[in-house]
Design a protein around this ligand. Structure first.
Ligand code: NSS
Length: 438
């Protein structure tokens, strides 16, 4: 091991240090666990990549190192160096026998001891996000986002930056957050879709990653008030073209995680079999009509025209062991901008992608209404004010083309890939109705 500054062994991450058996190493991080067994003090140090046990032997370590280890409390910031030795009892199979130990900052009594309830842990979320489990989710999320960005980049998509402060609803007024914009009414964006539609006339294939806001009325395991939305929009594309992109994007994220976050998956106790099945983008597709039929076969009482909520989606996922599409929804269930099926105008060319294992919808998309008169009629039919959608209508007046796109809920995708019970743990600081702290 090469020496670092001041003659100390080079500083490495714990994950790397575990592989340096027989060599000298230096690690730093925060105290994850500590046991004082009299002769030896065992300090498990946590850093951004994992944990490593440091052993401070009272018989051999310098007195100042022993004093520092004695004073170190849970979550204190520490640094240690010495020889790495194999030990099957240590996490990761190796430990660092300390020749030096420094206490950088002693932590006060840490307010999380284990066994606390959900509400309390949300109050101390700024500290709880250090947990190994949540840290594994943040790393997995990074890997998934990186894989999707790479997929889009390699396939000719332009990343664009739409606004969050907006003037009109994309997904209906019921879930809009209102903002006072210098005395005028504005809203937090529910979707960048209309801005992306405007951008396809120059860039053709565009995507964005933004926060979207929904004032959802009901609390569920899969709804956030602020979520991360990855959206694509493509000129000259029909519904099926957009569905192919959606499947390839999800498969790319899954492959990325299988390759780049396998340790995180195992730390999370996530079975990889469902993910391996989802690594190829050949996902099946059923129509809304078929979905209704499949639901009835399982004894769910549902009429044609009923919305498919979380419960119905969960039943449908029982029929598939990969992500799957549902297409051709009744027009009245979906947004005004979706194009009706020319052969069957009571349904629209819209699609959802559902994750298996009970998770349900992670993507919603469609082919867009590209005819001016038809779009105007739909806006009026929905009781919306055409003035507010003037610029959106304009897009149909200057070189309109068939186009399609979708929105992917990043937090929902991460929730499924990581196998989480609740969407709040897919991101560090979830926003809830009764809590905007921390
Ligand atoms: O409402 S969507 O189904 N569709 C749109 O917003 C389109 N305008 C997107 C587009 O075509 N560009 O939302 C898309 C996805 C949906 O499938 C979910 O995965 C996610 O956004 N979504 C949410 N995630 C977390 N929390 C909430 N409240 C939420 N709402 C939607």
């Amino acid at each position: 091991m090469s020496s670092g500054a001041g003659g100390l062994p080079a500083l490495v991450k714990t994950r790397r240090a575990l592989g340096l058996v027989g060599e000298e190493a230096r690690v730093r991080g925060w105290v994850y666990r500590k046991r004082d067994l009299g002769g030896k003090i065992f300090v498990v140090v946590r850093d951004s990549e994992g944990v490593m046990q440091v052993v401070v032997d009272r018989a051999t370590a310098p007195p100042e190192a022993v004093r520092a280890a004695e004073a170190a409390t849970i979550e204190s910031a520490v640094e240690a160096w010495g020889r790495v030795e194999a030990d099957p009892r240590a996490p990761g199979g190796a430990e660092l026998r300390a020749e030096g130990f420094v206490l950088h900052s002693r932590a006060e009594d840490f307010p999380i001891k284990g066994g606390e309830g959900v509400d309390y842990l949300l109050d101390v979320r700024h500290l709880w996000i250090r947990s190994r489990r949540l840290t594994a989710v943040w790393r997995l999320r990074h890997v998934a986002l990186h894989a999707m960005r790479r997929y889009l980049d390699e396939n000719g998509w332009w990343e664009v930056s739409p606004p969050i402060l907006t003037q009109s609803a994309v997904e209906g007024g019921a879930t809009l957050f209102e903002v006072n914009f210098f005395g005028r009414k504005a809203y937090l964006s529910q979707s960048a879709q209309f801005y992306l539609e405007a951008l396809i006339y120059s860039l053709e294939r565009v995507w964005s990653l933004t926060t979207s806001f929904r004032a959802e009325r009901s609390r569920t395991r899969r709804h956030l008030y602020e979520y991360w939305h990855l959206e694509t929009e493509e000129a000259w594309a029909r519904m099926r073209d957009s569905m192919r992109v959606a499947a390839e994007l999800v498969a790319a994220a899954v492959r990325g995680v299988l390759e780049g976050a396998s340790e995180e998956l195992s730390l999370l106790g996530r079975s990889t079999e469902p993910l391996e099945r989802a690594a190829r983008p050949d996902y099946p597709s059923i129509t809304y009509d078929e979905a209704v039929e499949l639901l009835r076969r399982k004894g769910v009482s549902v009429e044609w025209g009923d919305d498919l909520g979380a419960d119905e989606e969960r039943v449908l996922t029982g029929y598939f062991d990969t992500p799957f599409f549902v297409t051709h929804f009744p027009k009245h269930l979906k947004s005004f901008y979706m194009k009706p099926d020319p052969g069957r105008p009571e349904v629209v060319l819209g699609f959802d992608l559902l994750a298996p294992e009970g998770y349900g919808e992670v993507i919603g998309g469609s082919e867009r209404e590209d005819r001016y008169e038809a779009l105007l009629a739909r806006i009026r039919e929905e009781g919306l004010n055409p003035d507010e959608y003037r610029w959106y209508l304009d897009l149909r007046r200057y070189g309109s083309v068939p186009h399609s796109g979708f929105g992917l809920g990043v937090d929902r995708l991460v929730m499924w890939i990581a196998g989480l019970d609740h969407i709040r743990d897919s991101l560090p600081f979830p926003r809830f109705r009764d809590r905007i702290y921390p």
